[in-house]
Every structure is written in structure tokens, then in C-alpha cells.
Design a protein around this ligand. Structure first.
Ligand code: ATP
Ligand code: MG
Length: 208
């Protein structure tokens, strides 16, 4: 069984994430794509992430109409930092030895791979599916190979329709009263307004 894993903060989930998951699924014939919201990402120290309840609720609405998409709470359910190597190990244990795991990520995230916790181990545990993202066109797998020998043959590059959408920008748009309609699924939009998320960019609501 070929399984895609799409990790992220999803604060909030947007069409960029959904298109990445769908295109990766199709290109690599994945049977399912599991979205894994992170508990507290180690690389985002300056900003407090919205409560997992909110991020999970938005993800649930966003993936509801795609039978291949699901959510795992492995990361939000355990305390502390969620390193991707640990997440993948946990998921592999849960899914069993027959599951072949593919970690889906944008080229912005892939460029940072050498700074991740135990990247060589991660590459032994799963393959990567890298999708293009606007603003990262200078990304070079060749260059990454020099920093992290062996990475090239573990990465599948998938070209997707580019969507210039960032969660950071969506939060800023809500805070300044701009529309985010057509950038996130309508159910996600409704949830954000209903719960007053992102109105104050410095102080996210603690819990649902
Ligand atoms: P933030 O601005 O808070 O960092 P984000 O939009 O980058 O949010 P993340 O939750 O950080 O979203 O991203 C999770 C994963 O999805 C990462 O691997 C990222 O590269 C990928 N991704 C996010 N948005 C896009 C997009 N528009 N196109 C392609 N990949 C994307
Ligand atoms: Mg990001």
C-alpha cells in the first residue's frame, strides 16, 4: 500500500495544501494521503500556532469531500516537538510493514531538509514527493544533493499548478479585514469567521 503523508501547521489549511496532496496522489498512485497537523513546529519559534482543535476542525471540513484524504492526530496527541522522523516512525508502526510511505512537501520545505532532525534517517524511512511552490523557482535538487548525498534518488518531483497561497498571508489578510474567499474552501472560511480566528495576529485564540 502506497501512502502519502502531508505534514504541516495548517493554520489555516488552504487550496495550496489540497492541490499538493491531490497531485502527489495522482502522480505516484497513492492509495491514501494522510494530513498530519503538527503540535508545535520547532522551526516557527516566534509565533504561537492556533489551538490544535481549530486546525483539526478546519482540516476536517477541508478534506471531507475527498475519499482519499484523511487526518492523523499522532503529532497533536503527543507532547513536545514533532520531528518528522518520529512522526514517520509512528505512522509506519501504525500502518504496518506493508505501507510504503511518501512524505509530501513543498520545495520551500525541501530546501530546509539539511537543517531537519536526522535527515539521512528520514530518507531511509520514506521517499519524498516535492511539489513546486511560487517563489522557490531557484530550488535545485542538484545543490541539495551536495549537502545531503543520496537525497536525489529518494525525491520524486511533481509539478503542480502553482497557487501563491501561504497560511501566513491568509492570517494577515484576515487581521487586516481583507477577503480570503476562494483561497480556502468555503467551510474553512466559515469556520474562521465563526470562531474569530486570526483577528489579532499576535494573539491566537487558545482553544475551541
Ligand atoms: P505558513 O505560512 O504558516 O508557513 P504554509 O502555507 O507554508 O503556512 P504549512 O502548513 O507550513 O503551510 O505547509 C505544509 C506543507 O505544505 C509544506 O511542505 C509546504 O511546503 C506545503 N505547501 C503549503 N502551501 C503550499 C502551496 N501553495 N503550494 C505547494 N505546497 C505548499
Ligand atoms: Mg510553511
Amino acid at each position: 500500500m502506497r501512502v502519502g503523508i502531508l505534514g504541516g501547521t495548517f493554520d489555516p489549511v488552504h487550496y495550496g495544501h489540497l492541490v499538493a496532496g491531490e497531485e502527489a496522489r495522482h502522480a505516484l498512485s497513492l492509495e491514501r494521503v494522510i494530513f498530519v497537523p503538527s503540535a508545535r513546529p520547532p522551526h516557527k519559534p516566534g509565533y504561537s500556532v492556533s489551538a490544535p482543535e481549530h486546525r483539526l476542525a478546519m482540516l476536517n471540513v477541508a478534506i471531507a469531500d475527498n475519499p482519499y484524504f484523511e487526518i492523523s492526530t499522532v503529532d497533536v496527541d503527543r507532547p513536545g516537538y514533532s520531528y518528522t522522523v518520529d512522526t514517520i516512525a509512528l505512522l509506519q508502526r501504525q500502518l504496518g510493514p506493508d505501507a510504503e510511505l511518501f512524505f509530501i512537501l513543498g520545495e520551500d520545505a525541501l530546501a530546509d531538509l539539511p537543517t531537519w532532525h536526522e535527515p539521512e534517517k528520514l530518507l531511509r524511512m520514506c521517499q519524498l514527493i516535492a511539489v513546486n511552490r511560487p517563489g522557490y523557482h531557484s530550488f535545485s535538487l542538484r545543490l541539495l544533493e551536495r549537502q545531503l548525498p543520496g537525497v536525489e534518488r529518494r525525491v520524486h518531483s511533481v509539478r503542480i499548478p502553482e497557487l501563491a497561497i501561504w497560511s501566513t498571508e491568509l492570517r494577515a489578510r484576515v487581521a487586516s479585514g481583507l477577503s480570503i474567499r476562494y483561497l480556502v474552501p468555503s467551510g474553512v472560511l466559515a469556520y474562521i469567521y465563526e470562531h474569530g480566528l486570526y483577528l489579532n495576529p499576535d494573539r491566537p485564540p487558545a482553544a475551541a
